[in-house]
Design a protein around this ligand. Structure first.
Ligand code: NDP
Length: 339
């Protein structure tokens, strides 16, 4: 298949507010040893896009924004050792297959994804779902299996329970039999979190979150706290975690968590984890485990995707998606239709 020499992409040339985003042209990725080349149809919006744009994470510039997509394979890896490997054979990729992948630089017409981070979409799963489920779905699943193994009867506190990762955590943890307590900022978000598996929801702008959590857990606190808010909720987490519990701080929506002394953990013998998805799905076996579980839970109807809005593949469209996701006004997933 002949590919265009250049591809349209959303670029960050210098860090700053949403206004620094520009639609530009970059060289179309060429087929390479271990990459699957994808014609992008949908790209998921994630909080991490805003960190990269604003410079919270320092990266070489210019960069193409976006961390996940779904679309169609237009070229396969070229390395014989990849093509002959057992794990690659299990993926059974062909040109024309519909896939979902995590890949940096997905806000573009073409993206080159490591084959290990790419998964063929089951026939009954729409292409769009691929871009809704991958990054946030795999993040939720790796955290509740590996960072802390959620068990039946556990009290699980999910901050930002109506957000992209939050709704999926509510769905998956309630499926595993945990008591899910969600925090959200509005009544409308509380309703959505309840519909998605939260047994109790606390409205953080109206209620005393610590008091409510301690009431709901008989004064003991939660077994695990899943916190993507970061700075604003960090200190309170230490009040709401139970003895021997685990605080999982996995994001910085309100700002980065400050450094702390390990002795802080000794008060209740607690653990703190700061996981990233990228470091859980490094090998083909690891990614296969979580992609399989993700699509099994989608197939069973356990994981469902609530779309806040769809945005056009223009500088204004992507800027708006970034303003929206940081506004605290969104619920579930934001997605870009890539033309
Ligand atoms: P969300 O849809 O959850 O949006 C963020 C939510 O955080 C808001 O809707 C808001 O919910 C809450 N929030 C609380 N305080 C603030 C604040 N001061 N500013 C902005 N938001 C605030 O986003 P995502 O689902 O995309 O991501 C959730 C978190 O997960 C992010 O921190 C992200 O970085 C992290 N993440 C981490 C990954 C990893 O590998 N570690 C991978 C993927 C995501 P409310 O108003 O209801 O409180």
């Amino acid at each position: 298949m002949s590919l265009p020499k250049t591809t349209k992409a959303i670029l960050v040339q210098k860090t700053g507010g949403p206004e620094v985003l520009a639609l530009g042209e970059v060289a179309t990725p060429t087929p390479s040893a271990d990459k699957v080349l994808v014609k992008v149809e949908w790209a998921g919006v994630n909080y991490v896009d805003t960190y990269k744009r604003a410079g919270v994470y320092t990266l070489p510039l210019p960069l193409v924004l976006g961390e996940e997509c779904s679309g169609t394979i237009v070229a396969l890896p070229t390395s014989e050792s990849v093509l002959n490997s057992e794990q690659y054979a299990l993926r059974n990729f062909h040109v024309g297959d519909r896939v979902a992948c995590t890949v940096s630089g997905s806000f573009a017409q073409y993206a080159a994804a490591s084959w290990e981070k790419c998964w063929k979409l089951p026939v009954n799963v729409e292409t769009k779902i691929g871009a809704l489920c991958v990054l946030q779905g795999l993040t939720a699943l790796t955290m509740i299996r590996e960072t802390y193994t959620v068990k039946k009867g556990d009290y699980v506190l999910v901050h930002a329970a109506a957000g992209g990762v939050g709704l999926l955590l509510c769905q998956a943890c309630s499926y595993l039999g945990a008591h899910v307590i969600g925090t959200v900022s509005t009544l409308a978000k509380a309703q959505l979190a309840r519909e998605n598996g939260a047994e109790h929801v606390i409205i953080s702008k109206e209620q005393n979150v610590i008091q409510e959590v301690m009431k709901l857990t008989d004064g003991k606190g939660c077994h695990v706290i899943l916190d993507g808010i970061g700075k604003d909720t960090w200190e309170d987490d230490f009040e709401m975690i139970r003895r021997k519990g685990t605080i999982v701080t996995y994001g910085n929506a309100s700002g980065v968590v400050p450094p702390f002394a390990p002795l802080k953990l000794a008060g209740k013998n607690i653990k703190v984890a700061r996981p990233t998805l990228g470091n859980y799905i490094v090998t083909a076996e690891e990614s296969a485990e979580y992609f399989s579980w993700l699509f099994e839970l989608i197939d069973k109807g356990v994981l469902k995707f609530h779309v806040h809005d769809e945005y056009p593949f223009t500088a204004d469209g992507v800027r708006k998606s970034q303003t929206d996701i940081t506004s605290r006004g969104t619920t579930g997933k934001l997605v870009i239709k890539v033309e």
